[in-house]
Design a protein around this ligand. Structure first.
Ligand code: PHE
Length: 357
């Protein structure tokens, strides 16, 4: 056998053993090691190339060509193995990250309105449908609007009906600030603003009537299952030339029927006292059916607006009469949803709040 042939057989073996070693490599790192043994600086193919130096020019040519072929064959085997390993890795990843396209999609957490906000909106919507404007006013109120203008003079014992939080500050007129104990101060603020807006008409004795509700937050020193230091009320005020208690009754009854979505309820106007109304009444509601059937439940204070209060609005009590009421939004929400502890509304527990949509 000539040296050339022997060399060719060696080369054949070399290519085969490279292919076999590549096949034994199961990771890219193992494959790189195997490659180095053949094609690396100290590899067997490189050694053969270096060995060419000792041969004649002719032999160099034939041997060189044969070695190059072998080198190419080894590179082809190497690339094939590389690709096979990559594909296997991809398969493995795909299997590991298997995606079940039949699973329901992940939903974005869906928020909703707070039950008190829902109730608040419902009240605005129902009174809006009866022609009531919706007003809004400050929660930090001064003593004049919260008490004095409502015929509740300083040091009058009726002030203690509504124990409040005072703010250690006076307004420009020296009235102390407090957190409003009710939405009634908005009777005065709204009427004054209304009269100002209509000053021209008023000069001709033409002022349009006032028909408004004012929902909002109110504050008292109170805390138990049915009272919270912060709670919600809405004030109602209807003042005109010819507005009577009868209108209060019809208005409030219509509201309750719409709010509770039933005609099966009756109202009771129970005589009461408020400094800013005369006569005054508590409005009690009684459901004829359902879990609360037969019980009288207080939902609102009300009464005919006191002449002194009308005067404090800057209006003539001989011309403007009407009624006001102040109802608990939280109380109405509790009755509508069957919630028996007011505090649940304000604790922020999503398991509770998530039930109202
Ligand atoms: N402001 C009274 C309260 O909070 C309720 C009320 C409003 C009574 C309007 C009469 C008229 O208790």
């Amino acid at each position: 056998m000539s040296t050339v042939n022997a060399a060719f057989e060696d080369l054949n073996d070399l290519a085969q053993s490279a292919t076999a070693q590549f096949a034994n490599a199961h990771t890219p790192a193992e494959l790189e090691n195997a490659k180095a043994q053949f094609l690396g600086k100290a590899g067997r193919v490189t050694a053969l190339m270096k060995g060419l130096a000792q041969f004649s020019a002719d032999e160099k040519k034939t041997r060189g060509a044969a070695i190059n072929q072998t080198k190419q064959a080894i590179e082809v085997a190497l690339n094939a193995r590389r690709q096979a390993l990559q594909e296997a890795e991809l398969e493995r990843q795909l299997a590991a990250e298997a995606l079940d396209v039949t699973l329901p999609g992940r939903q974005r957490g869906q928020g909703g309105l707070h039950p008190i906000s829902l109730t608040w909106q419902r009240i605005e919507q129902i009174f809006g449908s009866m022609g009531f404007d919706v007003g809004d006013g400050p929660e930090i109120e001064n003593d004049w609007y919260n008490f004095t203008a409502l015929n509740n003079p300083p040091n009058h014992p009726a002030r203690s009906m509504q124990d409040t939080f005072y703010v250690d500050m006076n307004d420009a007129d020296g009235h102390p600030y407090c957190l409003r104990t009710h939405t009634s101060p908005m009777q005065i603020r709204y009427a004054v603003a209304h009269a100002r807006r209509q000053a021209a008409e008023l000069a001709h004795g033409q002022m349009s009537e006032i028909r408004v509700i004012v929902p909002g937050r109110t504050y008292r020193v109170d805390n138990d299952a049915t009272h919270s230091p912060m709670f919600h009320q809405f004030e109602g005020l209807w003042l005109g030339e010819n507005v009577s208690f009868k209108d209060l009754k019809v208005t409030y009854l219509s509201f309750c029927k719409a709010f509770f979505e039933t005609d099966d309820l009756i109202l009771r106007f129970r005589p009461s006292y408020f400094p800013f109304t005369e006569p005054s009444a508590e409005i009690d509601i009684q459901f004829q059916h359902g879990p609360l059937a037969g019980k009288w439940l207080e939902v609102s204070g009300s009464g005919q607006v006191h002449p002194q209060v009308v005067r404090n609005m800057g209006l003539d009590p001989e011309r403007f009469i009407g009624f006001a009421f102040g109802s608990g939004i939280d109380r109405l929400a509790m009755l509508r949803y069957g919630v028996n502890d007011l505090r649940l509304f304000f604790e922020g527990d999503i398991r509770f709040l998530g039930q109202f949509r």
